[in-house]
Design a protein around this ligand. Structure first.
Ligand code: GLU
Length: 428
């Protein structure tokens, strides 16, 4: 029987590998293998029918050597402590590899947000802030959106914190709506960043992006804008996307041989990421099994959904045409699948480099909150591009010099930066 996938075990395995290569001291390893602090709590919420329900909530703070803890809050029915621990750890490496002055954390609530009314959602996120109010703040820990949470929820969280704090504090949360302290470009940032790093990989490999086709897993915030940017920035084609259908409780892959239009699909997708099947079918889109995206004849694969999606079994079905895998999701490739992909010579852009555009623009959002002056969308996206391009080139150089793949190279860069900050602060 296959072992149950545990994202935290995978995050620790990835770290241990590079810790060995860097010959890290035992105490430094112990420090970085585990989160610094964990908060586990239950949030009481008055439901619309008058009853009170308790929801399991978490905030896990992995490391703050380089700056305040940073990372999203995920609402998902099957969220686990180890899932949040892994995501918190990856946030530390993500901020370090992008070289933004922030640490790593992640939060979560075990809940299906699609099953809540707007009022219940608002009371739940306000309850989350009430539990964490002493331990979040612009200089302590700055949450943001992730799977199942959105800009409106960030606005409620910011409001609750400001009320409790007695002053308007926009910098406590990022990913807020534009006009509510948010930054232009934040919604698009992660998906665009995936394409910026893919563009750099293509430059390195000598591939003309306009002649390529991408297969994308997911159709949430990351995948939607990665699909749009793939056409807009690279001039390439999108072959398919997959999405989780809330009504049918299953995933579909939607494809179209010619003129696949991500902007059209976006216009018929609801707030939970479910596509209107009827409208898509009448526009010529074909619906297949959710897993079909992985074996499509594409040049680029963009897993942009959840952890552990490419495993030892399905990795064998990847088409021989695939040259690049751009990890838009956090932890989409298991350790065993990583080895298969490496052996096949596919160039993989690791998650915490590839999807670091989101937190990068979160950082730019908090900078704008601090100075109370807001940049144009072009200014924001240009800064994002610059930061990600620099990060990609640094990682590439290290991986070429050290003769390791890009994932190990990214770990080397990130771990070294975090250790340097810990040394400078006298922690180790
Ligand atoms: N949840 C996003 C991530 O996994 C963004 C985090 C942030 O902006 O703080 O990178």
């Amino acid at each position: 029987m296959a072992a149950i996938f545990n994202p935290f075990q995978m995050a620790q395995q990835q770290f241990d590998r590079v810790a060995d290569m860097l010959q890290l001291d035992e105490s430094v390893r112990e420090y970085l293998r585990w989160p610094q602090k964990e908060f586990h709590f239950r949030i009481p919420v008055r439901m619309d029918n008058g009853s009170v329900r308790l929801f399991q909530g978490f905030r896990i703070q992995h490391n703050n050597a380089r700056g305040p803890y940073k990372g999203g809050v995920r609402f998902h029915p099957s969220e686990t402590v180890d899932g949040i621990r892994a995501l918190a750890t990856w946030m530390t490496w993500k901020c370090a590899v992008a070289d933004i002055p922030l640490g790593g954390a992640k939060g979560g609530v075990v809940v299906d947000p699609a099953a809540l009314s707007n009022g219940e959602k608002e009371r739940l996120v306000r309850g989350w802030v009430q539990q964490m109010r002493k331990n979040i703040g612009p200089r302590q820990d700055v949450p943001a959106p992730d799977v199942g949470t959105n800009a409106q929820m960030m606005a409620w969280m910011m409001d609750e914190f400001s009320l409790l704090n007695g002053e308007y504090t926009p910098g406590v949360i990022t990913g807020k709506p534009v006009g509510g302290g948010g930054s232009l470009g934040r919604t698009e940032a992660t998906g665009y960043g995936v394409v910026y790093t893919t563009r750099e990989a293509m430059r390195h490999l000598g591939i003309d992006g306009s002649k390529t086709r991408a297969a994308i897993q997911g159709f949430g915030n990351v995948a939607q804008y990665a699909a749009v940017a793939y056409k807009q920035i690279l001039g390439g084609e999108v072959l398919c996307v997959s999405y989780w259908d809330y009504n049918d409780k299953r995933a579909y892959t939607i494809s179209k041989e010619r003129d696949f239009d991500p902007a059209f699909l976006l216009s018929i997708t609801d707030q939970y990421g479910s596509v209107n099947k009827q409208k898509a079918q009448s526009a010529g889109y074909v619906f297949e099994d959710g897993g079909a995206w992985l074996s499509k004849d594409a040049d680029v694969l963009i897993p942009a959904a959840m952890e552990g999606q490419i495993d030892a079994v399905n990795a064998k079905t990847i088409s021989s045409r695939v040259k690049i895998i751009a990890e838009g999701a956090n932890g989409p490739t298991t350790t065993e699948a990583d080895e298969i992909i490496k052996a096949r010579g596919i160039f993989l852009i690791p998650d915490f480099l590839c999807n670091s555009g989101g937190v990068t623009v979160s950082y730019l959002e908090s900078v704008q909150n601090d100075m109370n002056y807001y940049w144009t969308k072009d200014e924001v996206l240009q800064k994002e591009d610059q930061i990600l391009t620099e990060a990609f080139r640094t990682v590439l150089e290290v991986s070429l010099n050290e003769k390791v793949d890009l994932r190990d190279g990214a770990y080397m860069v990130a771990i070294s930066r975090v250790i340097k900050a810990m040394q400078l602060r006298g922690w180790i």
